[in-house]
Unconditional design. Structure first.
Length: 322
């Protein structure tokens, strides 16, 4: 009963916190003439990745490495197929050219880099596959490059003016914007923590493996902030934050969170996880393809439905083979 309360209370906290975070982040973007995309790629992406970071660090310290790796891969898969799928059904998501040709390929690169670093047996003919501390440092160096690139966007890509942004509109005071962001961060963190805690304990009761728990229950649980934030952003027709949040979170998850986790403690890597990495790569590829179909840089409703169906098929595969 207590676990169910944790799940419900955590979900409610996450939904409200996501609304405050999007409102605060958008206000900051407009006040400082920074594009919503940059805010989504940095502040919002980092805030909604806080549950993944918490779970991974705790899992690494406790030796539950299957949950740590599964959490990151499962979250990245859920972010695109589930989060963007649902968001696109609510409101078709327009994707900027910069995102299509740079940020999405960068999230694809992150998955490919992980595939190379994790396959020591195949590449270096070692006896075991391990994401070592050196591998973790390499991932963190990629993350630094990503942050330098992102702040470069902030300087060269001001907020694009539209009829809505040009219309007279009262801007939220800076203190209130920051308060909304801080409350959003705190709510997402604690909501995600208790949601995952309740979900994991229920899954363990049914004898599900750590790997499957990480790829499904924990991954979806830690992706709830991204889901809530992107749904709210899509509902408010703020596509830049919806897309930037997901793409930024995927880059954060591999380069920063997995890099940090591996630096704390090397992560043994099973051959079966290669399938999950390949699905992660497929997700980024399909996201890119969806932005160039019919010559429209947009993830429309039919593509959102396809994303969700693929995710259902993937989860079904995990359950059958668990």
């Amino acid at each position: 009963m207590l676990n169910i309360i944790f799940i419900v209370a955590g979900l409610v906290c996450i939904i409200f916190s996501a609304n405050w975070l999007v409102s605060g982040a958008s206000a900051v973007a407009k006040r400082f003439n920074v594009s919503d995309m940059v805010i989504g790629l940095t502040i919002v992406a980092f805030g909604t990745s806080a549950p993944e970071l918490t779970i991974n660090v705790i899992s690494a310290v406790n030796g539950s490495t299957d949950i740590a790796i599964g959490n990151v891969l499962g979250s990245n898969i859920a972010n695109i197929f589930l989060v963007l799928g649902i968001s696109a059904i609510i409101y078709p998501i327009a994707v900027q050219s910069n995102t299509k040709w740079k940020e999405i390929p960068l999230s694809l690169l992150a998955a490919i880099v992980l595939l190379v670093l994790a396959n020591d047996v195949f590449i270096d003919k070692n006896t075991t596959n391990v994401v070592t501390r050196i591998d973790g440092i390499i991932l963190l160096l990629f993350f630094i490059i990503f942050m330098v690139y992102t702040f470069g966007i902030a300087k060269t890509s001001p907020e694009v003016k539209t009829e809505e942004t040009e219309a007279p509109k009262k801007i939220m005071p800076i203190w209130k914007s920051i308060l909304f962001i801080l409350i959003g961060f705190a709510g997402l963190y604690f909501g995600g923590k208790y949601f995952v805690q309740g979900a994991v304990e229920i899954a363990v009761m049914f004898g599900v493996s750590q790997s499957v728990i990480g790829l499904t229950i924990v991954a979806v649980g830690t992706s709830v902030p991204e889901l809530a934030t992107s749904i709210v952003a899509a509902y408010k027709k703020n596509a830049d934050i919806a897309v930037g949040n997901v793409v930024g979170s995927n880059i954060f998850n591999i380069f920063f969170i997995l890099g940090t986790t591996a630096t704390i403690k090397p992560l043994p890597f099973t051959d079966s996880s290669n399938i999950d990495i390949l699905v992660t790569i497929l997700a980024s590829l399909l996201l890119f393809v969806s932005t160039i179909t019919l010559k429209r840089a947009k993830v429309d409703r039919i593509e959102g439905v396809i994303f969700i169906l693929i995710y259902i098929a993937y989860v079904t595969y995990l359950i059958i083979n668990s």
